[in-house]
Design a protein around this ligand. Sequence first.
Ligand code: ADP
Ligand code: MG
Length: 338
Amino acid sequence: MGKINVLEKQVAELIAAGEVVERPASIVKELVENSIDAGAKNITVEIKGGGVQYIRVTDNGSGIEREDVANAFLRHATSKVRVEEDLGNIRTMGFRGEALASIAAMCRVDLLTRTQADVTGTLYRIDGEETYLDDAGCPVGTTITVRDVFYNTPARMKFLKKDVSEGNSVAAAIEKAALAYPQVAFKFLRDGMVKLQTPGDGKLLSAVRCVLGKEFADNAIHVSYMEGINRVDGLICKPSIARSSRSMQNFFINCRYVRSKTCMAALEESYRNSIMVGRFPSCVLNVTIPPYAVDVNVHPAKIEVRFADERSIFNLIYYGCKTALGTQDIQPQIKADE
Ligand code: ADP
Ligand code: MG
C-alpha cells in the first residue's frame, strides 16, 4: 500500500492556519490590518494573559454585511482581490483571505458587526465546527473577540512563550501599525491598563512621541524626498541620539512594516561619518512605490518583501536621508570633470 495520505480537510486546515497564526501578535496584526482596510479611524485592542487568553479588536470601520459574515471566515474568501491581475496591484493590507479562517481554526471567535446601511448588527460565533448567528445591537464597525488561542493545537501551544513576552510582541505589532497610520487613533489595553494611546491627528510626530518617546520626537529630522515616482517620507534622528541597537529602526513600504536589509543599509550608509561605529540611527520611514514594484507575497506574515529594483530603493533612502541630514556631498564625478 502506498505511503502518501491525502490529509483530511480539518488537518489540512490546521496546517494552513498555522502558517498565518504563529502567536497572539500575528492574530492582532491581522485583525488590526482588517480594521485599517475597513477604513477605521479608531482601533482599540485589548488583551489578557499575553493575548493567549483573550484578544479583542474594536473598530469603527465599514462593518460587514450580514450575508458576508459567514463567508468572511472561509479560506481564500476576500473582498479585496477578484482576479489574478489584482495580485500585481495590491493596495490593501490584506489580500489572501486567510486570516479570519486561520484564526477561527485555532481559537474561539465572536464577531459583532454592523454596516451603516443596517439597522441591527450581527453576532457570529465560531467554536470549532459549531457556528451561531443572531441579531445584536452595536455601533457601526466591527468587534472581534478571540479566546483560547491554540486550544485545539496543543503542539503549537507548547511553543508559546510566557505571557509577558507574548504580550510584548502584541504591543510591538500595535506600535508598528500606529506609526504607519498616524491618521488612526489607536488604543491598547493590556490586562485592563492603557499601554498606548495615539491621537490619530494625522501627524507622524504625534504618533512617534507616543510610541517611541520624547527623546526621538524632540530630536527628529523630517525626511521627504522623491526620485521619479518613488518617494520616502518620515522622521530620522539627529546623529547625537544614535543608539546602541537597531531596535528603533522602523521601515514601511506603502505603509506595510517590513524588515529589509536594503533599507537598513541605506539608512546607515547615510549616517556614515556622522555617528560612531557601534551606534545606530533611529527612524520611521515610509517608502511609497507603485504596488507592482514590490512583491509582498513572499512571506506568510508579509514582513519580508521583494523589490523589483533593489538599487533604486537603496538610493531613494540613502539620498533622502543624506539630504535631510544636510550633508549631501557634491557628486564626485562632477568634481572629477572640472
Ligand atoms: P483579507 O483581509 O485577506 O481579505 P481576512 O480573512 O482577513 O482576509 O478577512 C476576510 C474578509 O472579511 C475581508 O476581505 C473583509 O471583507 C472582511 N473583514 C474582515 N475584518 C473586517 C473588519 N474589521 N471590518 C470590515 N470587514 C472586515
Ligand atoms: Mg485580512
